[in-house]
Design a protein around this ligand. Structure first.
Ligand code: CMC
Length: 438
């Protein structure tokens, strides 16, 4: 599947000419099933001595993949050919996990077997509880996630042999199953409450809410509205092709590192405010703005090139049209707040900010629309999560995407270690200067 070859039926090529020497090279153009074609530059260095230069990878396809397709110009996101809107409306997260991992929506018996496997992997090795105690109580839960997920490789040795398909599958199921437990424990640790063990009679989303919000001294009933909203948030964050954290997972995995270490690397990358940390940053920004009348001032600041301030939750590297996930999230946000009877002034501010930004020339011209993180923070706040947990929830949901992409890469027979090159612009060779002469 991953053996991408030039489209021999049409033999599309591009000719590149070095104008200083007049030497030309003909390069094949690769076609996928849908989306932009890619110029195959694999022979370029060997035949011309030149690299391609593309920091930030804005014009580079780093791999071929059959998992997720995005058309950022139109605002389309599909997993294995299914539109995200349809999945959010008709599927649950377990369906989507199966789809991402196996390529098809599960049949009834397949789904039951998958859910059973995930349910029976939710408990953590008891020794891991002690691991938490090494952290400061005020640690950011993402700092705990990076540490604990990485530490899984010290606990689950029997699923670190990446050459064994069975071990790869077990590691994948363990990661998807244990992330909610790890995330809930990070929260419990930060608020000084006892860890709550998972329950097998609850769905994936219900179980996560139960482990996060219940306490041993009273009964906790999981709200079906919140469970559905949580499940939908997980679906909307499940995968997003070759974003920074997924590329990090793939690059880490390309050296044959174990899956737990690779997913910990993904968590680290996701944590940044330009990526998964944006949902936390949106809430901080709305709180900083404070009142509706101050919004124009902040919009002006966002437009000022000399001011580093950016509107968090706006803009996307790929979407130059409305992020389809943001639309579903906006609808979900209204539903949740309506059901909970919450009238959050932050939501009103968010809507006003969206309204003003969407009619502003700067944002129109640069095609800066609200992204998925713009609304997710408001829903999560209404559900009772502290802002520091927002990125943790993103990591939890994205784990299946990371795992699916990691497995696709490992199972590709042509896979090689990722080793980009550089355009060196440092000192040229010079004589060593002894210490007393410097
Ligand atoms: N507010 C104001 N100006 C912006 C913003 C923004 N949020 N985003 C981009 N711009 C401007 C930017 O200053 C630049 O202007 P100019 O052409 O004058 O230099 C232009 O738009 C292009 O921006 P860029 O930074 O070159 O675009 P990028 O593709 O490298 O960055 C981004 C994409 C998402 C990092 C960026 O839009 C951003 O920082 N947004 C705010 C953070 C955010 O919401 N991140 C969540 C992304 S979605 C979830 C995820 O993927 O994890």
């Amino acid at each position: 599947m991953n053996d991408v070859k030039p489209d021999s039926s049409t033999k599309q090529t591009v000719t590149l000419t070095d104008n200083s020497t007049g030497k030309s090279i003909e390069l094949p153009i690769l076609g996928g099933t849908v989306g932009p074609r890619a110029i195959d530059v694999r022979r370029l260095y060997a035949e011309t001595g030149c690299f391609t230069y593309d920091p930030g990878f804005t014009s580079t396809a780093s791999c071929d993949s059959a998992i997720t397709y995005i058309d950022g110009e139109v605002g389309i996101l599909m997993h294995r050919g299914y539109m995200i809107e349809d999945l959010a409306e008709h599927s649950d997260f377990m369906d989507v996990c199966y789809l991402l991992l196996h390529g098809e929506l599960p049949k009834k018996d397949e789904k039951a077997a998958f859910e059973r496997s995930i349910t029976y992997h939710t408990m953590l090795h008891e020794q891991m509880n002690y691991f938490y105690r090494g952290f400061r109580r005020d640690s950011h839960p993402m700092a705990i996630m990076v540490g604990v997920v990485g530490a899984m490789s010290a606990f689950y040795h029997d699923s670190t042999d990446i050459s064994d398909p069975h071990q790869r599958m077990v590691a994948s199921h363990r990661l998807i199953a244990k992330m909610p437990t790890i995330a809930a424990m990070a929260y419990k640790f930060s608020v000084g409450q006892p860890f709550v063990y998972p329950r097998n009679d609850l769905s994936y989303a219900e179980n996560f809410l139960y482990m996060t919000f219940s306490v041993p001294c009273e009964e906790y009933k999981v709200s079906p509205v919140l469970a559905r909203a949580m499940d939908r948030i997980f679906i909307l964050h499940a995968d997003h092709e070759q974003n920074a954290s997924t590329s990090t997972v793939r690059i880490s995995g390309s050296s044959n590192a174990n899956p737990f270490a690779c997913i910990a690397a993904g968590c680290a990358s996701l944590w940044g405010p330009a990526h998964g940390g944006a949902n936390e940053a949106v809430l901080q920004m709305l709180q900083e703005i404070g009142t509706k009348d101050r919004i124009p001032e902040f919009v002006e600041r966002a437009k000022d090139r000399d001011d580093p301030f950016r509107l968090m939750g706006f803009g996307h590297r790929v979407y130059k049209n409305y992020d389809p996930r943001a639309k579903v999230m906006q609808k979900s946000c209204h539903e949740v707040l309506g059901e909970l009877g919450i009238n959050d002034p932050l939501l009103e501010m968010a809507m006003e900010l969206e309204r003003l930004a969407l009619q502003d020339e700067y944002f129109i011209e640069k095609k800066l629309f609200p992204n998925v993180d713009f609304y997710s923070g408001i829903i999560l706040k209404a559900m009772g999560f502290p802002t520091s947990m927002f990125t943790v929830l993103f990591a939890l949901a994205r784990t299946v995407g990371w795992v699916a992409q990691w497995r696709e890469m490992i199972e590709d027979p042509s896979q090689r270690i990722s080793r980009p090159r550089q355009l060196y612009n440092g000192q040229t060779k010079r004589d060593y200067v002894p210490l007393d002469q410097r």
